[in-house]
Write a protein that binds this ligand. Structure first.
Ligand code: BGC
Length: 743
């Protein structure tokens, strides 16, 4: 069948048969031509069958094809060689939430935020390529990955899945991860388009922001991610944006994504994010995902009726299908079907990918008196965080059942996440890894509940290492930025007993640190994934030199952030309490739509803190090393785009990586400085490398809705060659020519 199809296609469209995911710009047109030729052969029923997908947990009996328990399934059309699509979540590995597929494990990367902290697109690409390889071996060909929503709020429950607060960093890292996935000839999405910036009220809230600010922040992250990664699909978000649901926003889906950006692939909805047939289809939604989760199957019978009475033109339905096929063809999923049977996976090799990512993303926040790396110690007290059994992971659809299993798995009693999230640890014990790395050293462990025991063990040891955890999950926001379970008190108590105390944090994002002045060393390990314990031990012992940089600002307190708490949380809590008290009428107590005003506009994260003149606890871009670096002979230039050329020198005694960052600001504007370029550089002791950082032009520009497009105003600009968003120790003035760029 496939051969017959291929032959007829060759006659119809004279183009090469094998299309590579890495060069879709040229092949998008060829892919579209093939897609159009296929659509021309389809019946109306066949077309309709491709624009809505099943949710396997609720779809038993709806297809004769094998349903793999996962997020999504769309039957293929064998007579036309159109493959069956099997969709899995895959932000951090091939997901297997609440162990839908009994015993099916996969390699778990560290959180997205940890990968972002590497500031290294190659790390992101390697992670994506690994996930894609496992997915293909498990017979998935569409991965729900590429989460690139900017961190607008430090307490967002899904920050761990995303790539931080900066549009350039997040876009570059998302693009690299996506192209890694798609190098396996399968599809990756980029999600959630757009402004799904908090989990509280995510199904109903109306995110409000002005157009220019949106283009210069969240949309820019998507735009860069799409350019770099060529995802075959874009997933639209649950929330509303400026009054329309994201999955029925013509402005977002058609005017911006498909017209301004010329996006050739298909828009799939998030699961349960569709609210209409005609409005959504005409706005640019191409496929309804997880149809059983919507109030009705909007893109089934109602779409057929809408086409029949002309409310949705058949040409639009053809376009929906052609976009879907274009994505499958250009990614290679069409021409390289997944194997008929699950294949063996080299988990040992993939664990190394996870370990490298964890090591590159761990951030050494503080290291007074060079307490780290550990040396000359004989007795260590390891305290808390279940460090004796494993490392924490984030909850929700991205949850991977990792190789080695889940030594701790705690179901939730209530709340929006309770149906699909459990507090889950990966079997990678930092305690075991430390013992292995430091034979002959006495290492004791005390559980976090035993505060007196912890104090005693700390006092008797040469060094205390306190592990502190903050679990976060999709569908809920962190209620505040404090470490839960009295861990702040635990850290303070241990630090009072032992001056050489190191805090190791496994958190979804920023937390407050009321004990910061009492603790000489702090390591942010994020959710470090399936080899997190080993990676933490490597960093603590100095086998690995810390090189992560914060992709997100750590505020002193939540009150410094644009919004001190999740908008609508009070309302949600009160409705949940009323529903619990009146179970028979629970459906009367549903959250209704409400606005969330993103008053910070494009000044997300570090830009907000600079604009407000607030000094955070740790700035964006910050991270220490066990070696030292210098930037020498820097020369800046202007003209069309600014750049700085300089020598980076490792002036210390260990091999290490540094991330020089270029920030830019137009003189006289009231806009804060923006990250315009960065590069991770690894150097041996004494080694020098010449580096040029060239600004991304859209970071230098402002978006002008009247133009419409990007505008660089001619004049002088200040550049900072910096180690973090606050560092202004090397500044330059350059003159730029005025220029405009298409939207
Ligand atoms: C999430 C998506 C995910 C989808 C399918 C939704 O709840 O927002 O990120 O891909 O479920 O599991």
């Amino acid at each position: 069948m496939r051969l017959a199809f291929a032959a007829s296609w060759v006659i119809a469209v004279a183009a090469p048969a094998v299309l590579h995911a890495e060069e879709p710009a040229e092949n998008a047109q060829q892919a579209r031509a093939r897609a159009d030729a296929l659509v021309a052969k389809m019946t109306l029923e066949e077309k309709l069958s491709l624009v809505h997908g099943l949710f396997p947990p609720m779809a038993a009996g709806k297809t004769d094809q094998e349903l793999i328990p996962s997020a999504g399934h769309i039957d293929g059309i064998p007579r036309l060689g159109i493959p069956t699509v099997r969709e899995s979540d895959a932000s951090l590995g091939v997901a297997n939430q609440v162990e839908q597929r009994k015993g099916d494990v996969a390699t778990a990367l560290p959180s997205g935020l940890a990968t972002a902290a590497s500031f290294d697109p190659e790390i992101a690409h390697a992670g994506g390529a690994m996930i894609g390889a496992e997915a293909r071996a498990k017979r998935f060909n569409v991965l729900l990955a590429g989460g690139v929503n900017l961190t607008r709020d430090p307490w967002n429950g899904r920050n761990f899945e995303y790539l931080g607060e900066d549009p350039l960093l997040a876009g570059e890292m998302a693009g690299a991860a996506i192209s890694g996935v798609q190098s396996n000839h399968i599809v990756s999405t980029i999600k959630h388009f757009a402004l799904n910036s908090q989990e509280t009220g995510r199904m109903v809230l109306d995110a409000r922001i002005d157009e220019a600010a949106l283009r210069m922040s969240d949309l820019l992250a998507f735009e860069i991610g799409i350019e770099r990664g060529n995802p075959a699909s874009v997933m639209c978000a649950y929330n509303q944006v400026n009054g329309d649901y994201a999955c029925e926003s013509k402005h977002l889906l058609t005017d911006i994504l498909k017209t301004d950006w010329g996006y050739p692939g298909w828009v799939m909805s998030d699961w349960g994010a569709v609210h209409s047939t005609v409005k959504a289809a005409n706005a640019g939604l191409d496929q309804e995902s997880g149809q059983e989760l919507d109030k009705q199957i909007y893109f089934g019978a109602p779409l057929k009726a809408a086409v029949a009475d002309g409310k949705v033109r058949e040409a639009r339905l053809d376009d929906m299908v052609a976009r879907y096929l274009t994505g499958l063809i250009s990614s290679g999923a069409f021409d390289h079907p997944v194997p008929a049977k699950a294949q063996k996976i080299d988990y040992a090799a993939h664990a190394e990918v996870a370990r490298r990512a964890a090591e590159a993303g761990i951030v050494l926040l503080k290291n007074e008196g060079d307490l780290l790396p550990l040396s000359g110690v004989k007795k260590i007290a390891v305290i808390g965080g279940h460090a004796d059994v494993g490392v924490l992971s984030g909850g929700g659809s991205s949850q991977v059942r990792s190789v080695g299993g889940a030594p701790i798995e705690i179901p939730l009693g209530s709340g929006a996440a309770s149906s699909f999230a459990r507090i889950t640890y990966h079997a990678s014990s930092p305690l075991d890894a430390l013992r292995k790395a430091m034979p002959g050293i006495q290492i004791t462990f005390v559980d976090q509940r035993d505060v007196e025991g912890a104090k005693k063990a700390a006092a008797e040891a040469d060094v205390a290492i306190v592990f502190a955890v903050q679990w976060t999950t999709e569908a809920q926001d962190a209620v505040n930025l404090s470490l839960p379970y009295h861990q702040d008190d635990l850290i303070s108590a241990v630090a009072a007993a032992q001056p050489h105390t190191i805090a190791v944090l496994e958190t979804g994002g920023p937390v407050t640190m009321p004990w910061i002045d009492k603790v000489p060393a702090v390591v942010e390990a994020w959710y470090p994934g399936q080899r997190g314990g080993e990676a933490i031990a490597d960093i603590l012992t100095g086998k690995a030199n810390p090189s992560g940089r914060l992709p997100i600002t750590f505020p002193v307190s939540a009150s410094q952030a644009p919004r001190p708490e999740p908008v609508g949380l009070d309302k949600l809590n009160s409705l949940e309490a009323q529903a619990a008290a009146n179970p028979a009428d629970a459906s009367d107590y549903q959250l209704k739509s409400y606005p969330v005003d993103y008053v910070e506009g494009a000044n997300v994260g570090y830009r907000w803190y600079e604009q407000q003149r607030e000094k955070p606890l740790f700035p964006f871009g910050h991270g220490l090393s066990y070696t030292s670096f210098a930037y020498r002979n820097a020369q800046a230039s202007g003209g069309k785009v600014p750049s700085v050329t300089f020598d980076v020198v490792n002036t210390g005694k260990r091999k290490g990586a540094v991330v020089p960052q270029l920030y830019v600001k137009r003189d006289g504007s009231d806009s804060p400085m923006r990250l315009a370029a960065f590069q991770r550089v690894t150097l041996k002791p004494g080694e020098t490398r010449k580096v040029t950082l060239t600004a991304e032009p859209r970071i230098v520009a402002d978006y002008d809705t009247a133009l419409p497009g990007w505008r660089i105003a001619g004049g002088t600009y200040t550049l900072a060659l910096a180690n973090d968003a606050e560092d202004r120790s090397r500044t330059f003035t350059v003159t730029l020519e005025s220029a405009t760029m298409k939207p």
